[in-house]
Design a protein around this ligand. Structure first.
Ligand code: 0GY
Length: 295
């Protein structure tokens, strides 16, 4: 497959917003390097190599303390690059893996020891051929026993069809990128209201992330702010934030990660909201042992 990526921003600015100590970037990826961790044969795009050391340098530059590294479709069900990054992170990262029905209990247990705390189900058809919901449900039941949750990625148009499955899941459920609203329709559109209705269930979380993918007007992403701000205001105990570095499969432009961090006070203006978004909520899902010990 030809290379079809844009490289990540070479020199993101230092953000003006200073994240609180312990802040978590709860949606980012590692890719390759392809020579060591080849991309999946069935992938729909080829990303730029984005190794763990580059992610950790960005983490430090942006003022974050930890990462949640999410397995993306271009690595398929081969979580080797993710597991290698978790090992290199020395406890400063946790993972979200992708697995199929054939995954063994021993593999799941090994992933748990490495720091994986969730499985991701991707229903975005331009990225994957989605697994049937019943296969996902059976997997969710297995990882529930490990204390994991489920991360789901879907397009807004697919929410109505997926909602019964999502509500049937036995774990907490984290929805990527606000359920990908069409921001040109506005927050009062029935589509976004349906997403808000789903979020009323206290098991559901969402990432107020990816303005660069959702915007219709481009940087500074003002058209995305009302969606994220409303979610933070209404569901402040169940929102997460992430850079989405290195922004795989972005066609329009490559964002400056420092500018993305500077969106945080626009969507979470209060200090207490910022602490919940960046620390309390991700810690509850990914470092629950800290919450229990009151660290
Ligand atoms: C993201 C978004 C995208 C890609 C993936 O698994 C993936 O390949 O999630 C996308 O193309 O919208 O979260 O990285």
């Amino acid at each position: 497959m030809d290379k079809d990526y844009r490289p990540f921003h070479p020199a993101p600015r230092k953000p003006a917003f200073v994240p609180p100590a312990g802040a978590v970037d709860a949606h980012c990826h590692v890719f390759g390097p392809a020579a060591r961790f080849p991309y999946a044969r069935a992938r729909k795009y080829t990303p730029c190599d984005a190794p763990a050391r580059a992610l950790f340098a960005l983490r430090d530059h942006l003022g974050f303390s930890r990462n949640v590294i999410v397995q993306a479709s271009c690595h398929g069900e081969d979580n080797a690059a993710l597991l290698d990054a978790l090992e290199q992170a020395g406890g400063k990262a946790r993972g979200v893996a992708v697995a199929g029905a054939g995954v063994s209990d021993a593999t799941l247990a090994a992933m748990h020891r490495a720091g994986v705390r969730a499985l991701r189900f991707n229903f975005v058809r331009r990225l994957v051929d989605p697994a049937p919901p019943e296969v996902c449900l059976a997997l969710a039941q297995r990882v529930a026993a490990l204390g994991w949750h489920v991360v789901v990625y879907f397009e807004a148009a697919d929410l109505a069809g997926l909602a019964p499955f999502l509500r049937s899941l036995p774990t907490n459920v984290v929805i990527d990128h606000m359920g990908r609203p069409d921001v040109t329709k506005g927050v009062d559109h029935p589509d976004f209201k349906a997403f808000l209705a789903l979020m009323e269930d206290p098991r559901f979380y969402t990432k107020v992330s990816c303005p660069e993918r959702l915007t219709a007007t481009g940087p500074d992403y003002s058209d995305v702010v009302p969606f994220a701000r409303l979610l933070v205001a209404r569901f402040g105990g169940r929102v997460l934030w992430g850079t989405d570095w290195p922004h795989p499969n972005m066609k329009s432009h490559m964002p400056d990660d420092g500018a993305l961090v500077d969106m945080i006070p626009r969507i979470a203006p209060e200090t207490a909201q910022q602490r919940a978004l960046l620390i309390d909520n991700p810690v509850r899902l990914y470092w629950p042992e800290e919450e229990h010990h009151g660290i």
